[in-house]
Design a binder for this molecule. Structure first.
Ligand code: PMP
Length: 294
């Protein structure tokens, strides 16, 4: 992720990644109380562009507001600093990670003082370009009555790491988690869309992280005249569908080949997912007119 030349942004300054310091007595480290984002920048024919930068920083702000983490930064300034970060590290295609974390504090009250850091690295498609072997996880998504499920909070990712390692240990590429009511929710770091009879279905908000890619896919569907239905989805429906795909900033659009024992017979290249995979690539690379669509 970094080497001796890598620079990060920390509280208003650019500093060497290997010289930057944090405190070991922080709530974020001990209790996972921190907010973060995952953003991608793409080298387009014009220049490097951060995809949906404002939406990501706004979600970071909202994650903080929901959980009582102070957020006193200006979003436009954070976007400017992120472009500067990419320049300083000579990154064209990059994954960007903002993190808001606590200064020394060990109590269980919300922090008064927090830091912000931005770092970035080159990251190829997170799950590669293959179609994925997916397993329904024995781990459920956290109950939205226990946490703010729509906030991107570090501690929530204990659940994601457990589900991912369980799936990998069983020989699968990725996990799919159900919600506390047994309905399809999402992957450890991505949302899911399901294709059935020429329409797309995706879990409604409430038990998922409302992904920025999910919203982009829904917008693309509107432009491409593909019907999308947001509703509760049960496992039977999932397993009797024609196909499915994951989407997220890191995974982009990734087709699903199997769910446990069930193989989707529809060829990926004939699926709505494949059409959207191409459309998403064209959009982030600005090969289609961005303003028209979004
Ligand atoms: N769900 C979870 C649990 C995630 O961590 C992510 C990645 N941020 C997503 C969905 C997809 O969100 P986005 O499209 O905003 O990256």
């Amino acid at each position: 992720y970094y080497n001796s030349n890598t620079v990060i942004y920390l509280n208003g300054q650019f500093v060497k990644a290997n010289e930057a310091k944090t405190d070991l007595y922080g709530q974020s480290l001990h209790y996972g109380f921190a907010a973060f984002e995952g953003i991608r920048a793409y080298k387009t024919h014009n220049a490097t562009r951060i995809f949906k930068a404002r939406e990501h920083f706004e979600r970071l702000k909202r994650s903080c507001e929901l959980t009582g983490i102070p957020f006193n930064w200006n979003i436009e300034d954070l976007i400017r600093q992120t472009y500067r970060l990419l320049e300083l590290n000579n990154l064209k295609d990059a994954y960007i990670r903002p993190l808001v974390f606590s200064e020394p504090q060990m109590t269980l009250v919300t922090p008064e003082k927090v830091s912000i850091m931005l770092c970035a690295w080159e990251w190829a498609a997170y799950l590669g370009d293959r179609q994925l072997k997916v397993s329904i996880s024995p781990f459920e998504r956290p109950n939205p009555k226990s946490i703010h499920i729509e906030a991107k909070i570090s501690g929530h990712y204990v659940n994601s790491i457990l589900a991912t390692s369980d799936a990998k240990n069983k020989g699968f590429d990725e996990a799919l988690l159900l919600d506390a009511n047994g309905h399809v929710a999402e992957a450890p770091g991505a949302n899911i869309f399901i294709e059935k009879n020429g329409k797309l279905y995706t879990p409604a908000k409430g038990n998922i992280l409302p992904g920025i890619t999910r919203a982009t896919i829904i917008e693309l569907c509107r432009v491409l005249d593909i019907e999308v239905i947001e509703q509760e989805i049960n496992v039977d429906f999932l397993k009797n569908a024609d196909g499915a795909f994951f989407c997220g900033t890191a995974v982009e659009v990734a087709g699903i080949h199997t769910i446990d024992e069930v193989v989707y017979r529809q060829r990926w290249r004939d699926s709505i997912g494949a059409t959207l995979q191409r459309a998403y690539k064209n959009l982030v690379l600005e090969k289609v007119n961005y303003e028209v669509i979004i």
